[in-house]
Design a protein around this ligand. Structure first.
Ligand SMILES: Cc1cc2nc3c(=O)[nH]c(=O)nc-3n(C[C@H](O)[C@H](O)[C@H](O)COP(=O)(O)OP(=O)(O)OC[C@H]3O[C@@H](n4cnc5c(N)ncnc54)[C@H](O)[C@@H]3O)c2cc1C
Length: 458
C-alpha cells in the first residue's frame, strides 16, 4: 500500500527534532483498510471483549496488525532490526515524541532474531545500582504494556528464584539483595524451607551433588509472551505512521565527514541523518559498516521446551552453578535455558551436548520430571560485552546510534531501551538512565560489571 510521507520531525543525530510535536502527542486515527483483509476489516482494530464478541457475531475478519508500505527514498530515522529494541524505539519515537517519519528495516521477518527466540524472563534484580534502576524501569513499563498497546502481552509476575549452591554464590545473592533494596526493588535472600514452599517439586534436601543453601527471591520477576510484545509494539508503531520493512537487508552505511547520510539496502538506498543499530547478535557487523568498532563477541544461546503438562511450577528457577533455568508457560510447557555455547559463532543450530547437559542438570533440581519429553530446541545469537552490560547511545560517528550488547538478557530491556533511545533521538540529550552504558566506558575504564547477575539467569 503506497501512502504519503508524514513529514513530522527531523531528528538529526544530536540535535533536537525541530518539527516534532509535543511529547505524548495523541496517535493519529487512520481508517484505511488493511492489506489482504476481506474488505470488511477496518484498520486498526480495537481489541476488547466487546469487539471479540461483535467480530464473532458478524463473522468479520480481523485486520492485519501492521501494513506493508512502499519504501520512501528518505526517512528522518532508520532503525536497523525489527526485534523488540527496534520496534520499541520506533513506537516510543512516535507515541512519546510524535516523530513518525521512521523506518524499521529487517533482513528477515519481524521478531526473527533473539526477540522471537528468547525464554521471556523479565526481572530487575541486577547487581549494580545503574543496572537495577534501568531494568526496574523496564519492569514498570511492562506492567502497563498490555493497556498501553491494547494488546495482551501476558505478563505473569510469578516470582524469580536464583539458587545458591555454595557460600560464594550466597554472598553474591546477599549483595544483590542489598543493592536491590536500596534501589527500591523487592528482593531478599530466603532459605531452603521457604524455597520448598514456593517450588514443592524441587529437591531441596542435603542429599544432592550441589545442595541448595538459599536463593535470591525477587517477587516482581516473571515471564511474558515475547511474540505478543513484538507484535504489540509493531502494531503501535504502524498505527502511528512508522514504516516496517521486512526482508530488507542493510548492506552498507554511508558516512560523509563523520556523519551518517544514509543506508544501502538490498532494495536500494535510503537517505537519513539518523541510523539506530538494534541488531543484537549482528551488532558488530552493522557497526563495522559505519566504521565503529564494538567490543562484542557473538555466541549462540540455546533453549528447549517440553510437552505441556498440568501447571505445577509457579516461579522462575535459575541455578548458576548447574547452568540451567526453568519456567512453566501458561500452556503448561516447561521452558529451559542455559548459559551460552562456549565458542563464538553465528550458527543457530541446536546441539546434542546442550540437551544432554540440560537434562542432567535439571533432573538434579527436579528428579520427578524425568519422564517429560522435550518437544523442540532452538538457538539464537547473543552479543556479549566485556562487562555484561549493554552499549547504548552516541558513537564517534554523528547520527549513528547504538542500542546493542544485549547478550542473553536484552528482551526484558526492550521497553526501557526503546523509551530511552527515543528520547535521545528526539531531544539530542542522553537520558540519565542510560548514560553509564555508553561506548566510551570501555576506553575510560568505567565498566558496569553485571556478570554476577546476568551470566546464566537471563
Ligand atoms: C535462547 C535465548 C534465550 C534468551 N532468554 C532471554 C530471557 O529470558 N530474558 C531476556 O531478557 N533476554 C533473553 N535473551 C536475549 C534476548 O533475546 C535478546 O537480548 C533480545 O531479544 C535482543 O533484541 P533486539 O531487538 O536487540 O535484537 P533481535 O531481536 O535479535 O533483532 C535483531 C534483528 O536485526 C536483524 N538484522 C540483523 N542484521 C541485519 C541487516 N544487515 N539488515 C537488516 N536487519 C538485520 C535481524 O534479522 C533481527 O531480526 C535470550 C536470547 C536467546 C537466544
Amino acid at each position: 500500500m503506497a501512502d504519503q510521507p508524514s513529514g513530522t520531525g527531523h531528528p538529526a543525530g544530536n540535535a533536537p527534532a525541530p518539527n516534532a510535536p509535543a511529547p505524548n502527542a495523541p496517535a493519529p486515527k487512520p481508517t484505511v483498510r488493511a492489506n489482504g483483509s476481506s474488505g470488511k476489516a477496518r484498520y486498526p482494530a480495537k481489541y476488547s471483549a466487546l469487539s471479540l464478541f461483535t467480530h464473532g457475531l458478524r463473522g468479520r475478519d480481523w485486520p492485519r496488525m501492521w501494513r506493508r508500505h512502499e519504501m520512501r527514498p528518505s526517512y528522518d530515522v532508520v532503525i536497523i532490526g525489527a526485534g523488540v529494541h527496534g520496534l520499541a524505539t520506533a513506537y516510543y519515537l512516535a507515541a512519546n515524541w510524535g516523530v513518525t517519519n521512521v523506518a524499521v528495516l529487517d533482513k528477515g521477518y519481524l521478531g526473527g532474531g533473539g526477540s522471537g527466540r528468547n525464554t521471556a524472563i523479565v526481572r530487575a534484580n541486577y547487581l549494580t545500582p545503574e543496572g537495577v534502576r534501568f531494568y526496574d524501569r523496564s519492569v514498570k513499563l511492562y506492567e502497563n504494556l498490555a493497556a498501553d498497546l491494547n494488546f495482551n502481552v501476558m505478563y505473569s509476575q510469578r516470582g524469580h528464584l536464583t539458587l545458591a549452591h555454595n557460600d560464594s554464590s550466597l554472598r553474591t545473592m546477599r549483595w544483590r539483595a542489598e543493592v536491590n533494596k536500596l534501589e527500591g526493588v523487592d528482593s531478599e535472600v530466603i532459605g531452603p524451607d521457604e524455597i520448598k514452599e514456593l517450588v514443592p517439586y524441587m529437591d531441596t534436601s542435603e542429599n544432592t551433588r550441589y545442595p541448595i543453601l538459599g536463593a535470591l527471591y525477587h517477587p516482581p520477576g516473571g515471564i511474558i509472551r515475547h511474540d505478543a510484545v513484538n507484535w504489540g509494539y509493531a502494531r503501535g508503531a504502524d498505527i502511528r505512521g512508522v514504516h516496517i520493512h521486512q526482508e530488507t537487508e542493510v548492506v552498507g552505511i554511508d558516512v560523509e565527514a563523520g556523519k551518517v547520510t544514509g543506508v544501502q539496502t538490498s532494495r536500494g538506498r535510503i537517505a537519513t541523518p539518523v541510523v539506530v543499530n538494534c541488531t543484537a547478535g549482528w551488532a558488530s557487523l552493522i557497526s563495522d559498516m559505519a566504521g565503529v568498532k564494538m567490543p562484542i563477541i557473538t555466541h549462540p544461546l540455546q533453549a528447549a521446551v517440553t510437552e505441556p503438562v498440568k501447571v505445577f511450577l509457579n516461579a522462575v528457577v535459575v541455578s548458576g552453578t548447574l547452568h540451567v533455568y526453568v519456567s512453566q508457560t501458561d500452556r503448561g510447557e516447561l521452558v529451559f535455558g542455559a548459559s551460552t555455547d562456549p565458542y563464538a559463532s553465528y550458527s543457530t543450530r541446536g546441539s546434542l551436548e546442550f540437551t544432554e547437559e540440560l537434562a542432567g542438570h535439571i533432573l538434579e533440581l527436579m528428579p520427578s520430571i524425568s519422564k517429560m519429553r522435550v518437544l523442540r530446541q532452538w538457538a539464537g545469537l547473543c552479543d556479549i560485552t566485556p562487562d555484561f552490560s549493554p552499549i547504548m547511545g552516541v558513537t564517534p560517528v554523528e547520527g549513528f546510534l547504538a542500542d546493542v550488547g544485549w547478550g542473553t538478557y536484552g528482551f526484558k530491556a526492550g521497553p526501557v531501551a526503546g523509551e530511552s533511545m527515543a528520547e535521545l533521538i528526539a531531544t539530542g540529550v542522553t537520558p540519565e538512565l542510560i548514560a553509564s552504558f555508553d561506548l566510551a566506558r570501555f576506553a575510560e575504564g568505567r565498566l558496569v560489571g553485571e556478570k554476577g547477575a546476568a551470566a546464566v539467569g537471563h
